[in-house]
Design a binder for this molecule. Structure first.
Ligand SMILES: NC(=O)CC[C@H](N)C(=O)O
Length: 244
């Protein structure tokens, strides 16, 4: 399975993401500059984290106009898998491929810490290797991670299983102290109606190996691989030193 990992001026998580795809998951990937328009060689697209265009105006507000984003929209419209991580999530929201928007954290400070995420829906190609209620640990590091969406859209999203991950405490309980950025309804990750586009603020690529303290993020990447090829990437078959 061949992953495109997009690179905008200011992206900084592309190599970590490529490492997980190639060295941990055993798939292939390529870094794709934002001026590219041909995504036909790829099975899936990852929009990684970083500071595209220096976060000027608003995170992702400039990146959404990059030539590659028309191709990403077409890729998604064809039902192919698109994952947005942190800045990638922001870009996908700005591009209208995911509902809602990311605003400045409620404290106005940049935050960098571990977060606990509860799986709210596994009825999508990204979380189908998890169970509803599972608690995953991954770091957050962002300044504009406060997810916001209007009430009517949120109600539609809830009905349609589009609220995928919520910030919780380590016991899996919802509380305000576990919501690092003030997101509406503790939302950490959402998918589109069809389920083939998924964005989250925490960084699964930074939690995909035991040496990093958590391999929970790998379940998302392995989920994508398994979706496209059921014979691939059984988490149990992955290098045991990589998985907690
Ligand atoms: N780690 C990231 O992708 C950060 C995203 C964005 N630059 C922010 O601060 O919100």
């Amino acid at each position: 399975m061949h992953f495109a990992i997009l690179v905008f001026p200011g992206t900084n998580c592309e190599r970590d993401t490529l490492h997980v795809v190639q060295d941990v998951l055993g798939e292939t990937g390529a870094l794709v500059w934002h001026e590219a328009i041909d995504l036909s060689p790829f099975d899936a697209v990852i929009v990684p984290g970083g500071f595209a265009h220096g976060d000027y105006l608003r995170t992702g507000a400039v990146a959404r106009f990059s030539p590659v984003m028309d191709s990403v929209a077409e890729f998604a419209a064809n039902g192919k898998l698109v994952l947005g991580i942190c800045n990638g999530f922001q870009i996908l929201c700005e591009a209208g491929l995911l509902p809602g928007a990311l605003r400045r954290n409620y404290t106005s400070h940049f935050i960098c810490r571990d977060s606990y995420l509860r799986v709210e829906s596994n009825r999508n190609p990204f979380l189908h290797l998890t169970n509803v209620g599972d608690v995953l640990r991954m770091p957050v590091r962002h300044g504009e991670g406060c997810y916001t969406v209007d009430d009517d859209t949120l109600a539609d999203m809830e009905r349609n299983n589009q609220v995928v991950l919520r910030y919780v405490n380590r016991r899996g309980e919802l509380d305000d102290a576990s919501n690092p950025n003030g997101s509406v309804s503790n939302i950490a990750g959402v998918c589109n109606e069809r389920g083939n586009v998924f964005g989250l603020m925490p960084h699964p690529e930074a939690a995909s190996e035991a040496i990093l303290g958590s391999a929970d993020g790998l379940r998302i990447f392995a989920g994508m691989t398994r979706e496209l090829d059921p014979t691939r990437a059984r988490t149990a078959d992955l290098n045991p030193t990589m998985v907690l």
